[in-house]
Design a protein around this ligand. Structure first.
Ligand SMILES: [Zn+2]
Length: 439
């Protein structure tokens, strides 16, 4: 018992010594480690570097800003490509006697299932079949659809039913062909300036009556609306119709068919247009599963196609951009991007939170980047931000805070200008010097 007590005393003594040591070490750190100073950058902080590419005009970005592959998601830094959300609504077009399309409860269920299956494909991109033996990367698609009511009064769920014998029907062939007309969109479209309107239409009963008319499932994309036809009368299940939806929205995002023409992408080979992989040539080896071909799969997007879609959504004046939820307007603290390695942003971006370049991180920005209202860019000690003829701004008509440079002793966050970057809509501007910066 006595022996044990002595041991306990020794142990306590040891504890005391360790606590004392810890205290001394902390005190030393407190007195010897310089505090981190934070302040907004001024023109005097900027180091200028010449540009190796001619500057077209200040802030216009580099040639890479117009290349589709610059917009393919970077799998090492997926958060650098925020998911884009396309607002959609649905119109179920029916005859006046309601005999030609889904009843309302059934139609609502169908739309929700259609969206669920279409989203499942977006969430799980597949490897390309073509060219045979390819090593084309399978990248995440990084866009989604969001069913969007026009009114937020609880009565509007973004799914509408219309009963109209004149405008409800789709005619793909013949004298009364109307698949490309906008009449039904003009009459029944809701929020067409900001929501992609999708019309589920029956083929015209008079057309169906003709033995030469094919009333199969088909669709068309008309800039800001989509018409899908033949779903109800052919009893096309939602998991099947998802392909039509993803294909037509692909067109809305600027994607073209790949089988016969140059679609602007090198990773989507032309092909004989096989419906399914079969045993006979050429469909034993040359069937496509690309979403923009006609085939039974339609579940593969290539890096160039994904990049092309994101390029379209990033262009400030593109029509499709108006269809997106502007999630980049409000600053989300949980969507801060932290750069810890060397990264080059070759495409335009709309950030949804702050941007931090941490110790050891180097970020080169070569195109337009929008920061949300109240957001800041922080360059920590040991980090470097290179603004390469780019434009920083707020794409929502608000202001972002500015570039905060941090310093700790001799180590500081660095700010480098290449060419003539432009910093707009900022609460703490740099107050550039009068002399023109180097080119
Ligand atoms: Zn098409």
């Amino acid at each position: 018992m006595k022996h044990l007590f002595a041991w306990q005393l020794r142990a306590r003594g040891g504890l005391f010594l360790r606590a004392l040591l810890f205290f001394c070490a902390s005190a030393w750190l407190l007195t010897c480690t310089p505090a981190v100073e934070k302040r907004f950058a001024t023109a005097a902080d900027v180091r200028h570097r010449p540009s190796d590419e001619p500057v077209r005009r200040p802030g216009a970005g580099r040639a890479c800003c117009r290349e589709y592959l610059s917009y393919a998601p970077d799998t090492l830094h997926l958060d650098h490509t925020p998911v884009k959300y396309i607002r959609v609504n649905f119109h179920i077009m029916n005859a006046a006697d309601s005999s030609r399309n889904f009843a309302e409860a059934e139609g609502r269920k169908y739309v929700h299932e259609l969206l669920r299956y279409a989203t499942a494909n977006l969430e799980r991109n597949r490897k390309m079949f073509l060219p045979p033996g390819n090593d084309t990367p399978v990248l995440p698609v990084r866009y989604r659809y969001v069913l969007t009511p026009a009114q937020h009064d609880g009565t509007d769920d973004g799914i509408y039913f219309h009963y109209d014998d004149e405008l409800s029907f789709y005619v793909v062939k013949g004298a009364n062909r109307n698949n490309h007309t906008r009449d039904v969109i003009r009459r029944y479209g809701i929020g067409t300036d900001s929501i992609l309107n999708i019309f589920l239409m029956p083929h015209h009963p008079d057309s169906i009556a003709s033995p030469t008319y094919k009333g199969t499932g088909c669709g068309i994309a008309l800039t800001d609306a989509v018409k899908l036809a033949g779903i109800y009368e052919n009893e096309i299940p939602p998991w099947e119709a998802r392909k039509m939806l993803n294909h037509e929205i692909g067109h809305i995002l600027g994607l073209a068919h790949t089988w016969a023409y140059n679609d602007g992408c090198d990773d989507t080979p032309r092909n004989p247009g096989c419906w399914i992989r079969g045993e006979e040539p050429p469909c034993d080896s040359l069937a496509s599963n690309n979403v923009m071909d006609y085939n039974v799969y339609q579940n593969a997007w290539t890096p160039c196609q994904i990049g092309k879609a994101h390029y379209a959504m990033s262009r400030l004046h593109a029509r499709v951009r108006r269809l997106l939820q502007p999630r980049w307007c409000v600053r989300h603290p949980d969507r801060t991007i932290v750069v810890r390695d060397s990264v080059h942003w070759r495409g335009m971006k709309d950030l949804e939170g702050d941007l931090v370049i941490a110790d050891g991180g180097v970020l080169q920005i070569s195109c337009r980047v929008s920061l949300p209202k109240g957001a800041r860019i922080v360059v920590e000690p040991g980090g470097r931000l290179i603004l390469d003829n780019c434009r920083l701004h707020n794409a929502c008509g608000d202001q972002w805070l500015g570039i905060e440079l941090q310093r700790q002793g001799k180590r500081r966050g660095e700010l480098v200008f290449v060419g003539k970057p432009v910093i707009d809509d900022v609460q703490h501007p740099l107050a550039l010097p009068q002399k023109a910066p180097l080119n």
